[in-house]
Design a binder for this molecule. Structure first.
Ligand code: MLT
Length: 207
């Protein structure tokens, strides 16, 4: 386990007690500032931890793990980065004094993919996850036990980057691991819509 806060990141302390901490994971080309407003919308008052992906694809295009081509991942790097980011969560929890057992991942696209990878390889890390436009990042050798973990997936019926069958396959895989999954569809493409944000917000509020 890494012992220092070795991700460039932003942390916004909680404004209200008793809420989980949101781990915000940006998409390709984003950074630690991108999803702060989204986090504030999704769960007002919650603490926000927002790391920047360590991979620079060139020209400051940040990602959470390497890819060989669009949609084709460097599996060795993905596994390494998955554990590295999963290790960052309890280290940050200690530094900022939030409860590491009360963390909700919120990821968009590449950020949703690494969050899904953490669910599959490090199943104790998140209590809940909100995955906007995810893919199946990898097929684990053995399905983890995600009993008690709740996942919201927001996907686009005409998404050319993270195609709809990927969201469906991921939902099935997570359900096969005993997670409770809600799959929310919007008719469009890869962009994050207000409709999906509001659906995730309502889903979080019911928990
Ligand atoms: C990925 O590389 O994680 C996915 O293809 C989505 C993206 O382009 O970020």
């Amino acid at each position: 386990m890494t012992t220092q806060l070795d991700f460039i990141h932003r942390f916004e302390p909680a404004q209200q007690h008793g809420l989980p901490t949101l781990l915000l994971l940006h998409g390709t080309g984003g950074d630690e500032h991108d999803l702060i407003d989204l986090g504030k919308l999704l769960l007002p008052g919650a603490a926000l931890l927002s790391p920047r992906g360590k991979i620079d694809e060139g020209g400051g295009v940040n990602r959470f793990f390497r890819r060989l081509a669009p949609g084709k991942f460097d599996m060795e790097d993905l596994r390494y980065r998955t554990h590295e980011l999963a290790d960052f969560v309890p280290t940050a929890a200690e530094a900022y004094t939030f409860d590491p057992a009360q963390v909700v991942a919120v990821g968009y696209s590449n950020g949703a993919n690494i969050a899904a990878s953490i669910l599959l390889l490090r199943p104790q890390t998140f209590k809940m996850a909100v995955l906007f436009h995810p893919m199946v990042p990898l097929a684990p050798d053995e399905l983890p036990d995600l009993n008690g973990v709740q996942v919201f997936i927001g996907a686009g019926r005409r998404d050319p980057i993270t195609p709809p069958d990927q969201a469906e396959r991921l939902a099935l895989m997570l359900q096969g691991a005993s997670a409770q999954v809600e799959l929310h569809w919007q008719p469009g493409g890869h962009q994050l819509t207000m409709d999906a944000v509001q659906a995730a917000q309502a889903w979080l509020a019911r928990r």
